[in-house]
Write a protein that binds this ligand. Structure first.
Ligand code: FPP
Length: 221
């Protein structure tokens, strides 16, 4: 969800106003995804590297996330969304941990749609943690294959992402689902996240639908 800062700066507003506009956009895109039959959406809200931002911005983001999670949980539950956290709750303020835990608990039985909220998340650290757990549990080295790693990630049991959309013109993965996205299709758009609407989502899906996915193989007739 890149470009919140630039969106705000171009309007002479503080960066947090951009994050607020970006947050307000999540619901519209999520509803669009549900309507289109998408089953899993992962939003990258805060990376482990984002701690390097000014303290005011980090605290403002956490306050905003808490507010939104608390406000949206009932409605997400009503429309059949399961909220899942990708990342670690360590080091986060108690109000955010509590809001997230309540959202996860309230929506845990929903099966229509999974909303992964990636915050305090980094893909490489996720793989490191998975390996530590595998070793700690004494899993036999010969029995480890790719599906073993899959099962120890925060996305265990979920399909790999088909399409990764990055806004604001950036062309990097930025430590997002590094293991899971090995064969994901990538789409970058210059549109800032707060301006990324239904038409942009449909355009991304249209581009995706014309890609040929071979997963390293060749096309067979
Ligand atoms: C990137 O834009 C955006 C973020 C680091 C924060 C995104 C978080 C939200 C929109 C809040 C999500 C809310 C919930 C409930 C999960 P940027 O600041 O890097 O923009 P810039 O590159 O233009 O400066």
């Amino acid at each position: 969800m890149d470009g919140n800062g630039r969106w705000a700066e171009e309007r002479g507003l503080p960066r947090l106003a951009g994050h607020r506009a970006g947050t307000d956009n999540i619901r519209a895109i999520l509803e669009c995804c549900v309507e289109l039959g998408v089953e899993v959406l992962t939003i990258y809200a805060f990376s482990t590297e984002n701690w390097r931002r000014p303290r005011d911005e980090v605290e403002g983001l956490f306050a905003l996330m808490t507010e939104v999670i608390e406000r949206e949980t009932e409605e997400l539950h009503r429309i059949g969304v399961r909220v899942h956290h990708v990342g670690w709750l360590d080091d986060l303020p108690a109000h955010l941990v509590q809001a997230m835990e309540t959202a996860i608990r309230t929506t845990s039985e929903n099966r229509r749609f999974t909303l992964n909220v990636a915050f305090n998340y980094g893909g490489r650290a996720e793989v490191v943690r998975a390996i530590r757990r595998i070793v700690r549990e004494g899993v036999a080295p010969e029995s480890i294959d790719e599906s073993t790693i899959d099962r120890y990630l925060a996305t265990a049991g979920q399909p790999d992402p088909d399409l990764i959309i990055r806004t604001a013109g950036e062309m990097r993965l930025s430590n997002f689902l590094v293991w899971q996205s090995a064969y994901a299709e990538y789409f970058s758009t210059p549109t800032y996240w707060p301006d990324f609407g239904r038409a942009n989502l449909l355009a991304a899906i249209d581009v995706y639908s014309h890609r040929t996915r071979k997963f390293g193989g060749v096309l067979t007739a």
